[in-house]
Design a protein around this ligand. Structure first.
Ligand code: EPZ
Length: 428
């Protein structure tokens, strides 16, 4: 199994560019199901989830070309299927996002239940209720979501919780539905704004973009378009936190300060000097790191996807911090790995109490999920000795060349090939 090896103790200094946002790109790719002309996406991150989404769309008959630089070129003219199979959905639960656009395009969708993952049960009841409000007949049986709708009809949709995925599925169904749809208690994440912006560029009629009430007037068709994916705010936040934890000085080029207001505010509270640059954000870390209390919330609150990374930083604070996780029910799973490194992190229900320690040790740890893995890498950057991070397939799903980017600003980090594969190659 491949691993990262990290020798701690280096200050990170320099400039690094943020990639396009994973959680925007995947939905923009799925929106190609709504188009009657080619969709060309630029600033697409080269990450595993993008390739998985390409496989899902290819399985539906679409032609997805990821070979040209950072672009995804999708020809929707040959879309014919309506089934997203388990072997793909189980690799990436975000595949569920084809449900709404498939219903809008084909009036039919059969998508394997995504199942839970390490951070929570990841229910989809809000997706289903939202699509049923637009006239879809949906059954869930034998591990599949079976949805039908001769023609979707607009109407009021009130989400019990501002679910990112449910907002996106309902939005992509509503743009081709007959009549008007109002989505209340919609999620407001920048990735949803990016999706809605591209849909408008394709000819959709959407008001209230970025607010918790999105009004849609259905249209008959949507055209192809060329669209640039917004920068990845979570990758940017991760890189800024890497500067903070190593007392370094890093400029993250392409990062959008507007998307990171609360993250930047909390890093500043922890003693990090943050400033806007002409094309990004600069972070200068120093000691002592100050303790900070944080509660994860739907956007624009502190993002749950930055929780593990900030946990790593606060593990070295001079004092005690409390993080409250309000979005997922099991997103502290990485805490045990931090404890193995010598952190003093105690889970108490939805809270985790972090008592800062003076130093942490490099030991073998295992990434439990994408963002937990990123947190462990950050801890490895300041640990005594060498940290071996396994389970890095999680990290490869959402970070484009994390090793290359960290090495470019001074980290002593490498990717250790899977020794079994190396031995196998040796035997050839
Ligand atoms: C998106 O997941 C992101 N993934 C997640 O990022 C992110 O953590 C999450 O939004 C919250 O910001 C993508 O965009 C691909 P939700 P999503 O629906 O859409 C509950 C990462 O690391 N819920 O807003 O699945 C759910 O169980 C990933 O990049 C229901 O109860 O998130 C969870 O507790 C991890 N019923 C909460 O809402 C539903 O029908 C938030 O889920 C849907 C959700």
């Amino acid at each position: 199994m491949e691993k990262f090896l990290i020798r701690g103790g280096r200050k990170l200094v320099g400039t690094v560019r943020v990639a396009g946002a994973k959680n925007a790109a995947l939905k923009l790719m799925a929106a190609s199901l709504l188009a009657d002309g080619p969709i060309i996406l630029t600033n697409v991150p080269k990450i595993k989830d993008v390739y998985t989404m390409a496989s899902v769309l290819n399985r539906l008959g679409g032609l997805v070309d990821l070979d040209y630089r950072d672009q995804a070129v999708i020809d929707p003219s040959s879309y014919s299927g309506y089934e997203a199979p388990y072997e793909l959905v189980s690799q990436m639960r975000a595949s569920i996002i084809v449900l709404g656009p498939l219903l809008a395009r084909a009036g039919r969708a059969r998508v394997a239940m995504p199942g839970g993952c390490n951070i929570g049960s990841r229910k989809i009841d809000l997706h289903i209720r939202g699509l049923e409000a637009l006239g879809a007949d949906i059954e869930v049986d034998r591990g599949f979501i079976d949805a039908k709708a001769r023609r979707l009809v607009g109407g009021p949709v009130k989400l019990d919780f501002p679910s990112v995925g449910a907002t996106e599925n309902v939005l992509m169904a509503a743009v081709l539905a007959r009549g008007a749809t109002a989505i209340e208690n919609a999620a407001r994440e920048p990735e949803i704004v990016d999706l809605a912006t591209m849909l408008v560029e394709m000819g959709a009629k959407i008001e209230g973009i970025g607010t918790s009430t999105i009004q849609v007037e259905g249209v008959d068709r949507l055209s192809g378009v060329t669209h640039e994916v917004i920068p990845d705010r979570i990758e940017a936040g991760t890189l800024l936190t890497a500067a903070a934890i190593t007392s370094g000085d890093v400029t993250v080029e392409g990062a959008c300060l507007d998307h990171l207001e609360v993250v930047v505010a909390k890093l500043s509270d922890a003693g990090v000097k943050i400033q806007a640059t002409p094309d990004g954000i600069r972070a200068v870390g120093r000691r002592p790191i100050l303790p900070v209390d944080i509660a994860t919330l739907p956007y624009p609150g502190f993002p749950t996807d930055m929780q593990a990374q900030i946990m790593a930083l606060l593990s070295l604070a001079e004092g005690t911090s409390v993080i409250t996780e309000n979005i997922f029910e099991n997103r502290f799973i990485v805490a045990d790995e931090f404890v193995r490194m010598g952190c003093d992190v105690r889970i108490d229900g939805h809270h985790v109490v972090i008592r800062g320690v003076k130093a942490i040790s490099g030991v073998p740890v295992k990434a439990p999920d994408l963002r937990g893995g990123a947190g462990l890498v950050l801890a490895g950057l300041v640990s005594d000795g060498v940290t071996e991070v396994s389970g890095i397939h999680h990290i490869d799903r959402g970070y484009e060349d994390l090793v290359g980017k960290l090495r470019a600003i001074g980290a002593d980090i490498g990717r250790l090939p899977d020794i079994n594969k190396v031995e196998a190659l040796d035997s050839l």
